[in-house]
Ligand binder design. Sequence first.
Ligand SMILES: O=C(O)CCC(=O)C(=O)O
Ligand SMILES: [Fe+2]
Length: 229
Amino acid sequence: MKTECQFGLFDDVSASLPRSERLVFTPQSDDPDRPPISHIRHYLTSRQQQLLLGECASYPFSSPAVTVFGKSHPIPRQQVWFADAGCEYRYSGLLMAPMPWPHYAGRLLNQLNRELGPAPGREFNGCLVNRYRHGSDAMGFHADDEPELVSDAMVAIVSLGQSRPMLFRRNRDGLKYRLLLQAGDLLLMHPPMQSLWQHAIPKSRRALDERVSFTFRAILPFYHRPADD
Ligand SMILES: O=C(O)CCC(=O)C(=O)O
Ligand SMILES: [Fe+2]
């Protein structure tokens, strides 16, 4: 059946590879001048990318306004927060209520948790999806270090659409590192990346097509709102 076949696409990714080659659980390089990351090219097949991109067309994206130096501006990109119940996330000063997982985003969540874990308390349970419509959409330097994030958990980023570079900047001395993120790639940011480095998706003056990133996080549930008793 068509539907079963589509579900299967997300169950079988990289199933034929030996486990050690499927994903890297520690940074790919121990060079202290490189950020502690793993970059896995072609993590998703083009069919999987197509299915996810198709689903994105129905996501309730928005560009909420943030206040910087007393002035309010819409963020230069669109976003939506999918997460388990109780997983509110305060990002750039905005408290985001979790939207329920769409089908393929939920399949990708399960796949990552299966391949990267399970590590109790460190499973991904939320995903900020960012949509960069063109070269002027961007994300400034920041660290994903909000207090509701599980402290020793990774952040996993799956890229779709237009290739865009990610810049890394070391807090201590401003040392830079650049990595091109291409369609279907998976990037893992390992601890202690968020306390030693910042990262950004810079603006480009070139006419660029749309890029969508799925950024998976592990959140402490009910951090912002106690569970109902
Ligand atoms: O779009 C990306 O690849 C990075 C997004 C990011 O850094 C974030 O959502 O915190
Ligand atoms: Fe980030």
